[in-house]
Design a protein around this ligand. Structure first.
Ligand code: PEP
Length: 258
């Protein structure tokens, strides 16, 4: 059984007090052997304004918090932006970069994603680089090409010494928040391809985990997470409730331990 990365992206949900309540309830649920830090790595990605409350209430153990985005400049006239330095300074250990909602709703290009990635890693943040194809690209047989283009363009900006802080998250755009998930075989194929590209780019010294995201829930978790090259899940909707979030990891474990 491998160690599982269980990452929850709350998107634009949760007020500070709701985040705090989530953490209290998470703390009640995760005490005990099942949640050893050698078994699971949990990270919550609240909206910016809820981060301080979540950090304060975060249970001890294998749980950390990160931001959903960060800008590539440190400070200056960038209205509405929050820098990676700021994210780090409030106590976040992680950040998401290139989430499909940032790419498709806010128009972030591969170039912007690459600049954010470089800044995030240089700021000492564990950085989750999201990538994935649209439905049109998948139906046009372009998935592997699109994924390769996204990853290689981003990898160029990764400082070699920081590669060990990189986490990849394969999130097919058509599977995010839609209730449709990639089949375990399709998800495994793309995650294996991403792992191979990362190995070629950074060598075997930096073991870069690849997660799957896109409508992951308790009922499909075990099948997805037990695939060889899928090391965890980036979870949106199902991460908003402690029970549905933890059930993802627990169902995977049950599949092994009965
Ligand atoms: C996500 O936000 O990264 C995501 C995968 O969302 P959902 O699980 O709701 O599809």
């Amino acid at each position: 059984m491998k160690k599982i990365y269980l990452y929850g992206n709350w998107k634009m949900n949760m007020l500070p007090e709701e985040g705090e309540e989530f953490c209290r309830s998470l703390a009640d649920r995760i005490s005990g052997r099942l949640y050893g830090s050698d078994l699971v790595d949990i990270c919550l990605f609240p909206p910016f304004l809820a981060i301080p409350a979540v950090l304060k209430a975060l249970p001890a153990g294998p749980v950390s918090a990160g931001a959903q985005d960060g800008y590539f400049e440190d400070r200056g006239a960038f209205t509405g932006a929050v820098s990676m330095t700021m994210v780090r300074s409030v106590g976040c250990s992680h950040v998401l970069v290139g989430h499909s909602e940032r790419r498709h709703i806010f128009g972030e290009t591969d170039e912007v994603v690459a600049m954010k990635l470089k800044k995030a890693l240089n700021s000492g943040l564990k950085t989750v680089l999201c990538f994935g194809e649209t439905l049109e690209e998948r139906e046009g047989g372009k998935t592997i090409q699109v994924v390769q283009d996204q990853l290689l363009s981003a990898f160029q900006s990764v400082p070699e010494v920081r590669a060990r802080d990189l986490v990849l998250a394969y999130e097919p755009v058509w599977a995010i928040g839609t209730g449709k998930n990639a089949s375990p075989d399709d998800a495994q194929e793309v995650c294996a391809f991403a792992a191979k590209l990362a190995l070629e780019a950074f060598g075997s010294g930096s073991l870069i985990p690849v997660l799957y995201g896109g409508s992951v829930k308790d009922s499909n978790a075990a099948e997805l997470l037990s695939r060889q090259d899928i090391y965890g899940a980036l979870v949106g909707g199902a991460s908003l409730k402690v029970d549905s979030f933890l059930a993802i990891y627990e169902n995977y474990r049950k599949a092994f331990t009965g």
